[in-house]
Design a binder for this molecule. Structure first.
Ligand SMILES: [Zn+2]
Length: 138
């Protein structure tokens, strides 16, 4: 059985390597759809949606109204420090693909119950684009 829940957050970023507009400071109203696959528990649930939210929300909350910056983007980190602005420093370029992997890894590290056998994360930077990655527990 599969269940899914949508989460949203606002976040700034830039892609310094990009030839087009994405090298500029900008932000997105990010959306992600998280799917969990697993056997039903004794109550007929894969996971209570309330518990689902409790597990995912701290991961999303860290990103909300932050600027996600690659640790190699020293100039940007300096600016964010100067402004005392909220940031999340990561070791990757902040593409939708990498943010998707980041979220997936954070969820894998979280305390999901043992009946969960798979996770799929879909990250939407805009309404008409997405990146998706999944993980199966053995
Ligand atoms: Zn962007």
């Amino acid at each position: 059985m599969k269940i899914a829940k949508e989460f949203t957050w606002e976040m700034g970023h830039r892609l310094p390597f990009h030839d087009g507009k994405c090298k500029n400071l900008h932000g997105h109203s990010y959306k992600c759809m998280i799917e969990l696959t697993g056997d039903l528990d004794k109550n007929g649930m894969v996971l209570d949606y309330f518990e689902f939210k409790k597990i995912i929300e701290p991961i999303i909350e860290e990103l909300d109204h932050s600027f996600m910056v690659c640790n190699e983007d020293k100039e940007m980190i300096e600016v964010l420090n100067k402004l005392s602005s909220r940031k999340v420093i990561v070791n990757f370029e902040t593409t939708a693909e990498n943010i998707c992997i980041y979220l997936l890894e954070e969820i894998i590290k979280s305390s999901l119950p043992s009946n969960i056998t798979g996770i799929k994360v879909r990250v939407l930077e805009t309404d008409n684009t997405y990146a998706e990655e999944s993980h199966l527990f053995h």
